[in-house]
Write a protein that binds this ligand. Structure first.
Ligand SMILES: [Fe+2]
Length: 446
């Protein structure tokens, strides 16, 4: 039985890699060659069956946290005990659990428990399912300043380890991940090793993620339902943001409204995602949340030769919504390199459009996307094919500092940084695009 399972999974993986290669090769120039990636780290399960593993936390609503973990033991309770002092848990919440099957793989018991209300900027100590092992996390602040770490296309290699060590060296409040998490690519045990690999980081600070192409894991007829592992393991606050799908949602934290979109679910004007985005943007109150940030996977602006044009249909469908709402920054992944654009709308520099950043350089097994178009278009201000992560420190209502930190082996080196002014405080961009008709919006307005 195990032999058959191995053969089927191997065939499925070969099919997956082969189809990905065809897709990539059909869309990039022949000279594009990725350098050798570093070794995958497979983090073993070394705890008793009932003990929590793969612990990670995510923000839910104004003052709650979702604690998620996996146990091999199907009888382990979905309970979190927590408090403000180590070893002293005066609060307890019980939540839900799920499992899923993928061909011959059956997941462990995946627990999700919402705890709170929690105080902002506070350290809490917690344990899961009655096990002794203690974890702790710090809640984000309720006011500026707030600092986000941003890393996409993470994977679980030695490069990923380097990126996460650098992220952890300096304190931050929330990690934002614009898609492509485990690179399990149908090999479900790699979701488990990824969960264990990131636990030291994801159990301490909330990880807010959206999905990439490596999360789809669907095959016509034999496994038609996409995102099964992702939706079971990484539940995000869709209910709390009026979304009917775990693939797109939004949340507020310390004066920032953050929207996570799905590049691999419908996004045309008749789609549920489009209508949800339109409604969500209409509700944003820039007095309360002066900063407006969006994350998605396939970049709308990209001068790398890899994945050219893959975000174009989503851009043409939705870009006017971002522009009219005065979105400040859009982070994307997918392309394994770093690139920062000026403020852009409809392919032209525009002082009221978002700054676009590609940060798909977390460290996955596929290596870097080395080739950029020449000459570089003037809207692209900086690009470099190196592994690394970004930092967005929102200083106050009006100003934020963005920096990109390259992995120079053991060291983290700032290679690009810029101060940004929120469009909510930029006099010439106040109001909607109805006041800015010289920029010719390409669709309906809010
Ligand atoms: Fe991707």
């Amino acid at each position: 039985m195990e032999k058959l399972q191995f053969i089927v999974l191997t065939l499925v993986t070969i099919l997956s890699i082969f189809s990905d290669q065809i897709l990539v090769q059909s869309q990039v120039s022949l000279e594009y060659v990725r350098p050798p990636p570093r070794r995958i780290i497979t983090t073993p399960h070394d705890r008793p069956e009932a003990h929590p593993q793969q612990v990670h936390i995510s923000l839910v609503g104004k003052d709650h946290m979702r604690v998620s973990w996996v146990t091999t033991d199907k009888n382990a309770p979905s309970t979190v005990e927590y408090g403000k002092l180590p070893g002293k848990y005066d609060m307890s919440m019980t939540g839900e659990h799920t499992t899923y099957r993928y061909f011959f793989y059956k997941s462990g018991k995946i627990h999700h428990v919402k705890i709170g209300p929690l105080e902002p900027g506070m350290t809490y100590y917690y344990c899961c399912g009655g096990a002794e092992k203690e974890f702790s996390f710090k809640t984000p602040p309720s006011k500026f300043p707030i600092e986000f770490a941003v890393a996409g296309d993470l994977g679980q290699t030695e490069w990923t380890a380097s990126t996460l060590l650098h992220i952890n060296k300096t304190d931050y409040d929330v990690l934002l991940l614009p898609g492509d998490l485990s690179y399990a690519d149908t090999q479900q045990p790699l979701w488990d090793t990824f969960g264990r690999f990131v636990e030291p980081y994801a159990s301490r600070r909330p990880w807010m993620v959206t999905q990439g192409n490596h999360e789809v894991e669907a095959f016509p007829i034999i496994h038609a339902h996409p995102f099964v592992a992702y939706n079971s393991r990484w539940i995000m606050p869709s209910d709390e943001s009026g979304s009917s799908s775990n693939l797109y949602y939004s949340f507020d934290v310390a004066g920032v409204h953050i929207i996570m979109l799905g590049s691999y679910t419908d996004f045309d004007a008749n789609s549920a995602q489009y209508k949800w985005l339109q409604a969500d943007l209409a509700k944003v109150n820039r007095q309360k949340t002066p900063w407006l940030v969006v994350l998605l996977h396939a970049p709308w602006y990209n001068t790398n030769t890899a994945h050219q044009g893959e975000g174009e249909s989503m851009r043409t469908a939705m870009e006017h919504l971002f522009y009219n709402a005065r979105v400040d920054i859009v982070f994307a992944g997918h392309v394994h390199s770093y690139e920062r654009f000026t403020r852009v709308y409809n392919n032209e520099a525009n002082p009221c459009g978002p700054v676009y950043v590609t940060i798909g350089d977390g460290g996955n097994r596929e290596g870097l996307a080395m080739m950029f178009q020449k000459p570089s278009p003037p809207i692209s201000l900086f690009h470099e094919a190196s592994f690394g992560h970004g930092r967005l420190r929102i200083q106050n209502l009006t100003h934020a500092h963005w920096s990109w930190h390259r992995n120079d082996d053991q060291d983290s080196t700032v290679r690009d940084d810029v101060w940004l002014e929120s469009l909510s405080s930029t006099a010439k961009c106040k109001g909607t695009a109805g006041d800015q008709r010289q920029f010719k919006p390409i669709g309906d307005e809010l």
